[in-house]
Design a protein. Structure first.
Length: 404
């Protein structure tokens, strides 16, 4: 079972410890994404050495490959992937969205999730396509991207799948709406998500393992009354913590508003997770509004394309294939203790990426995840020492404007 203890506060920001059967998680914390029971390019031993506290895997993808029954026969996800630390699994709701409304509206994981803000390529959104998903009152029909077979998720089946996977923290099925959905659609999806949440809690009482904890998901898009309505409803159910999901608006400013509407309606004594957000600036903005944990593919995905996270570059990004690094024999960051920075130069990393050597992705991923763990440790320390606003200004060049 899960226990959450708050250690220190700075305004709404707080640091604490989530204790679960596979160990403690010091918060605020970053959950490293291991979609298919693997953090791409790294082994569990390397993750431990980096200080990784928790991994989040993907129910949707694991259901399709290799299947929850195979993982259960292996002794559960921890044994299957050789990770003995805390594990989360999401519900697959966002992946269903990305193949459904995300395709129809041209927003999703690849383009910016904020359609009023350009992605890194300068594009506002993807080209719209045809939905592969059908949502009804009972659940969701979708087409496997692997073999084209038709599959179905219900609130009950998603709990059963995650019970077999055996992660410590699991999430119920929800309908993730698009920032381009109108209020009427968002309201209807919200009501359906609430009914699914009730069914999920009941299913968890039957199928959930003794070491597992179920988090509720707050939906409602970028509509203040819907977010508050959802938080009030979800908090009445027997959840061990809460995740803030779905559309976070058309811009980052709208995301900040969503957090300000939602978090005051969540109980202080339970942890709060922000789904799919992990940019440096966004982490600071969310922590100061009361978020405890995060997950995001950015550190690992960008590492594999040669984008390194550093403290002194615009948006904290260094693209190592830039020609100016050809003869740069300094480490990526002088004060970084990771294996990559302790042993290799920028010039060497550039050479590996230019030569398409697999080692490049390994070394880059090591550095990016070390960067995230160091950042979160600094945030925890700053909250405890009453210096969070100063740390935020040093990292982002601005303050949130919120009172401490």
């Amino acid at each position: 079972m899960l226990n959450f203890e708050i250690k220190a506060k700075y305004g709404k920001a707080r640091t604490g410890i989530i204790t679960i059967s596979h160990g403690p998680i010091e918060t605020p914390a970053f959950a490293t994404v291991g979609t298919l029971a693997s953090v791409k390019a790294l082994t569990p031993r390397e993750l431990k050495e980096l200080g990784t506290q928790v991994i989040i895997a993907n129910t949707y993808h694991l259901h399709l490959q290799p299947g929850e029954d195979i993982i259960a026969e292996a002794g559960g996800l921890h044994r299957f992937m050789g990770w003995d630390g805390p594990l989360m699994t999401d519900s697959g709701g966002f992946q269903i969205f990305s193949h459904g409304a995300g395709k129809e509206h041209g927003v999703g994981k690849i383009a910016s999730i904020f359609p009023d803000e350009p992605d890194r390529g300068g594009h506002l959104k993807k080209k719209p396509g045809k939905s592969l998903v059908t949502v009804d009152e009972d659940g969701v029909d979708f087409v496997s991207y692997l073999d084209g077979s038709r599959r179905r998720f219900t609130p009950e089946s998603v709990i059963q799948i995650q019970a077999k996977l055996g992660a410590d923290i699991i999430l119920p099925l929800d309908e993730c709406t698009s920032p381009l959905h109108d209020k009427e659609y968002t309201f209807n999806a919200l009501e359906r998500t609430h009914r699914w949440a009730v069914r999920a809690v009941e299913a968890f009482s039957r199928y959930g393992k003794s070491h597992q904890s179920l988090f509720g998901i707050v939906q409602g898009g970028a509509f203040e009354d819907l977010r508050k309505k959802s938080a009030d409803f979800i908090c009445q159910l027997d959840f061990s913590g809460f995740a803030i999901g779905g559309s976070l608006g058309k811009s980052k400013q709208e995301m900040h508003s969503v957090l300000e509407w939602t978090i005051p309606n969540l109980p202080q004594e339970k942890p709060r997770h922000l789904l799919g957000i992990g940019e440096v600036e966004d982490i600071f903005e969310a922590v100061i509004r009361g978020v405890d944990t995060f997950d995001c593919v950015v550190p690992t995905r960008t590492a594999r394309t040669g984008t390194l996270l550093v403290s002194d570059y615009p948006r904290n990004r260094m693209h190592i294939l830039n020609s100016r690094f050809r003869n740069d024999y300094r480490p990526l960051e002088e004060n970084c203790p990771c294996y990559t920075c302790s042993n290799f130069s920028r010039a060497y990393l550039r050479h590996l990426f230019a030569a398409k050597e697999p080692t490049a992705m390994v070394l880059a991923t090591i550095h990016n995840l070390c960067f995230m763990e160091r950042l979160m440790a600094q945030i925890r320390s700053a909250i405890a020492n009453g210096a969070f606003q100063d740390l935020m200004e040093r990292w982002t060049g601005k303050t949130s404007g919120l009172s401490s």
